[in-house]
Design a protein around this ligand. Structure first.
Ligand code: ADP
Length: 486
């Protein structure tokens, strides 16, 4: 039994004090005596006792108040309360405060010693548990700190730019890669400042504005020196947003080279194709040909026409994507729709399709490239004609709203499988259910999408397999300045 524990006695009655002092010293406890509150405070502070025995009315004060004060300062200190007589009310309050035990007259030495020993042991056990807990929590914290340090090192060293913003778009973190990308000094303190003040790049602004509307917006950030970053904005709950950026300059260069290659090849193919078609057309004029030769000539003509259409589509796509058709003018949309329908009229009647045209009387004028808008309509209506079986229905709806025009081309054709729908606007993509014998290059909708993008519009498809498809195009309207009479 470790008897070197120090017991602090705060007992008002001198006789009782002597009794406790002798009894404790007899079993080798160290004893300290406080005769008033000031001495009690001093001893508590300086000698760190293992136990305090406090008597009722010590120094004329309320013993519960003194005990509560001590336990507030030293919550794990065992305090024994010595009452003049058994008082369940006081005992209840004392235990509520956190006093270890209560003793009351008549006092027996063995009972006192047992109580003292139990209280010290319990306090030791609590102390051990506390130490173990502190050790465990410290180890956990250490582990977390190490993990955070690792994370910090990763964010510091990755080649991708990382910017974390709080909910008010103030910078919380910007890693060295992002600093390098935007030409910020590595040691310039920018954390806490608004993003648009530190990095006033218009593409970043667009990306952040998009993040309010779309869940995971994605945008390219272009720099004057030709660099291009692909940036993604991810909301982080209770923090703000994370912007991650990868340098895709080399991919853009490869894409540009590939487009140039396709453009050159397409361009070089056009003249020989025209020559082939010209000579094939002349064949039956230079001498008699039999029925089989005639049939072969028609097949050659069709094949050359198909290749020519593909080459023309490729050249068009290249031109649209390169922004060569960015010049816009006021477009009479109704005229364009009617003209497209006139041209495609024979195909509609050949397939005995029913055309429903819902055109409002006063379609406002819009701003755009008439040739490309016509091409967009040709491709969309052409597809509806091509894919809808004989006798089917094609509906064209036009709706003008205050700031946009909505065009919908629907059919009751084969529909597009859900798995194909996200890809049909990609170059050369054809859905898995294209009916047998229906030709195509898979470039038509890619051209449509580029034209819509060029007009700052949006396009999407709603389609049910076996029931039909509806392509919706939304184009912003051109607001004409209205001259007010003087
Ligand atoms: P294609 O030259 O093959 O028609 P598009 O780019 O115009 O190429 O269309 C891509 C694919 O989308 C088509 O191959 C077809 O699978 C599907 N598609 C387009 N329009 C329709 C439609 N109206 N009905 C059913 N499928 C369609």
């Amino acid at each position: 039994m470790p008897k070197s524990d120090l017991v602090l006695l705060a007992l008002g009655d001198e006789q009782i004090l002597q009794l406790f002092d002798r009894a404790l010293a007899a079993v080798s406890y160290q004893v300290a005596i406080a005769r008033d509150r000031a001495a009690l405070d001093k001893s508590l502070q300086e000698s760190s006792p293992s136990l305090v025995i406090l008597s009722q009315n010590f120094d004329g004060a309320d013993e519960l108040e003194i005990a509560a004060g001590m336990l507030e300062r030293f919550p794990t200190l065992p305090v024994l309360l010595l009452l003049l007589q058994d008082s369940p009310k006081i005992v209840k309050k004392a235990i509520h405060i956190g006093v270890s035990d209560c003793l009351y007259a008549p006092l027996h030495i063995e009972e006192i010693m047992q109580c003292v020993e139990n209280s010290i042991k319990r306090a030791d056990r609590i102390g051990d548990w506390n130490r173990r807990e502190v050790k465990r929590t410290t180890a956990l914290l250490q582990q977390r700190v190490e993990e955070l340090q690792k994370l910090d090192t990763i964010v510091e060293h990755i080649e991708d730019g990382v910017i974390i913003l709080d909910e008010k778009s103030n910078l919380l973190l910007i890693n060295p890669a992002a600093r390098r990308a935007f030409g910020l000094w590595q040691d310039e303190v920018v954390e806490g400042k608004p993003l648009n003040e530190v990095l006033p790049h218009p593409d970043l602004k667009v990306l952040l504005n998009e993040s309010i509307k779309t869940p995971l917006p994605h945008n390219e950030i272009t720099f004057e020196d030709g660099r291009v970053l692909s940036a993604q904005c991810t909301p982080i709950p209770r923090i703000g947003v994370a912007i991650t950026m990868q340098d895709i300059t080399y991919l853009k260069q490869i894409d540009r080279l590939k487009n140039e290659f396709v453009h050159t090849v397409s361009h070089d193919l056009r003249s020989p194709l025209t020559a082939i078609l010209g000579y094939v057309d002349l064949l039956d004029r230079v001498g008699p040909i039999n029925a089989q030769q005639h049939e072969f000539i028609i097949r050659v003509q069709n094949s050359v026409k198909n290749i020519t259409a593909l080459v023309n589509d490729l050249l068009d796509l290249g031109r649209i994507e390169a922004g060569f058709d960015s010049q816009k003018e006021v477009v009479p949309l109704e005229g364009i729709i009617r003209y497209a329908l006139e041209t495609l009229g024979s195909q509609i009647s050949d397939k005995k399709l029913n055309l429903h045209l819902n055109l409002p009387t006063d379609i406002p004028q819009m701003h755009g490239n008439p040739i490309r808008l016509r091409q967009m309509l040709d491709n969309l209506i052409g597809n509806a004609i091509k894919y809808t079986p004989e006798g089917g229905d094609i509906t064209i709806d036009v709706e003008a709203q205050s700031d946009q025009i909505i065009l919908r081309i629907s059919d009751n054709g084969p529909g597009i499988p859900p798995a194909d729908q996200p890809h049909i606007f990609e170059k050369f993509y054809r859905a898995s259910n294209v009916p047998k014998g229906v030709g195509g290059s898979g470039l038509g909708l890619a051209i449509v999408k580029s034209i819509v993008d060029n007009h700052q519009g949006r396009i999407w498809v709603d389609s049910l397999l076996g029931q039909g498809s509806a392509f919706t195009v939304v184009l912003p309207l051109y607001k004409m300045a209205v001259m007010q009479p003087a």
